[in-house]
Design a protein around this ligand. Sequence first.
Ligand SMILES: Cc1cc2nc3c(=O)[nH]c(=O)nc-3n(C[C@H](O)[C@H](O)[C@H](O)COP(=O)(O)OP(=O)(O)OC[C@H]3O[C@@H](n4cnc5c(N)ncnc54)[C@H](O)[C@@H]3O)c2cc1C
Length: 492
Amino acid sequence: MSDDHANGFLKHDRWPIGYRDPRERVHDYREIYKPTWEEKQLQEQGERCMDCGVPTCMAGCPIGNIIPEWNDLVYRGNWRAALERLHATNNFPEFTGYTCPAPCEPACVLAYNNNPVTIKSIERAIVDKGWQEGWIMPQPPKTRSGHKVAIVGSGPAGLAAAQQLNRVGHEVTVYERDDAIGGLMTYGIPDFKFAKYQVARRVDQLKQEGILFQTNADVGVNIPFETLRGDFDAVCLAIGALKQRDVPLPGRELNGIMFAMEYLIQENRRQAQRPVENGTEAKGKNVIVLGGGDTGADCIATAHRQGARQVIQISINPQKPLERPEDNPWPELPWTYEKTYAQEEGGEEVFNVNTVAFVDDNDDGHVDYLSAERAEWTYDNNRKRIEKKIIEPDFKIPADLVLIAIGFAGAEADPFKETGIEIRKDGTIKVDANMMTDLPGVFAAGDANRGQSIVVWAIGEGRDVARCIDTYLMGASQLPRSLRTQNPPIGL
Ligand SMILES: Cc1cc2nc3c(=O)[nH]c(=O)nc-3n(C[C@H](O)[C@H](O)[C@H](O)COP(=O)(O)OP(=O)(O)OC[C@H]3O[C@@H](n4cnc5c(N)ncnc54)[C@H](O)[C@@H]3O)c2cc1C
């Protein structure tokens, strides 16, 4: 990059693609983001990039996207080259360009005392244009290696691993227990956050590249794991970290209390016109979302679209500070409060509230209210709660529908329990520095390895495990390393 746009940030303010008006979008299931953007807008935003000597943005990106290069290419209007640069480190830039919390942006040098470059918007614009122009085409391998690999799980980790391995000539089959491909991109993340045509066109690309898919294939349940081990030269478990974390409180068995994931998937299925058995909807109800995070936000937004009477999100922890704490300097990920897209659409957030019980007031077997207390906590150095001080005991919050969104407890690894694969204490699958489990030729990647995380990490893990599997099969690999900066696996 030359320095002819080193002062772009002085000429142009930050101007991301932005979101649709919350008052309008809350009534439909179309994506919450503005559907269109101007080339000039994004080129100016690319010009804001300073091509810093040390691009801290890249250190903030779990897959090491070469951000300054594609910012520059966009600024110069060389969109096709920008797309190639982007695809060099990220198989599915629209997955991240639409859904990523963009840890690269607070790590941008401009964020030190100015507004960071709109990296996420530029990424989205590059890949949007790539699809519009027909530049994203299947790239089947020229030759086949003769090796066969089974990928279990079709989330972003499994799909990225599949594409990488297929492109170096291995014959890849993806096994997915659901009736549709995509993992949480399809069943979990709401349609208004990520439209499912975006998954479908990638799956189509992967199929045309020669990857085989089997849905309704629950490995360890209706497809024996040992059959896969016998039929394939390597197996990768990319099964996510979908084991639900429950709240074992009095009244948990009452009707009207369910896991957030169950609720979100039902709405995904409705939107896809797939059958929903015994579905639950929030229309006219007092909805309580227990827990913050992405899952909680998605529940709030879904409940509003279904016509909930009231939505309250309960967090046991205090609200994060509005400014960075002193021990959280730039370019670390900021430990600060930000209103979620869902709260912008409505609802109330309450903090420091500890749920004590779910109560059925009229003995009809259905929850009527939450019994709660307001509490302050002391925390250890890892921000883990250790001691509680009650500020306000025993108050009631009306509830017709309670959605549990307090996180996940690792991979659903029960089907692999007796196989010799070791499960870590946190419920994730134990792998060595080469991402291999205790079983030779069996690998694990994505949330199954990291614990519940974000899409960009899953893609990075998929790319890394592909390189590990390729090395295992061939003795060496031409596949790129991901430029991960945190905990890089030694053997990569
Ligand atoms: C509600 C919600 C919203 C989120 N929103 C965002 C967001 O906005 N941005 C972001 O970056 N991240 C978000 N995340 C996190 C992100 O979706 C995950 O980190 C990512 O999808 C993990 O990818 P993965 O491939 O490892 O696993 P998953 O996407 O979980 O896919 C695992 C797949 O394996 C399948 N599977 C499991 N066991 C078997 C078996 N035995 N046989 C066959 N198949 C099996 C599952 O059915 C599933 O399809 C969200 C997560 C949730 C729960």
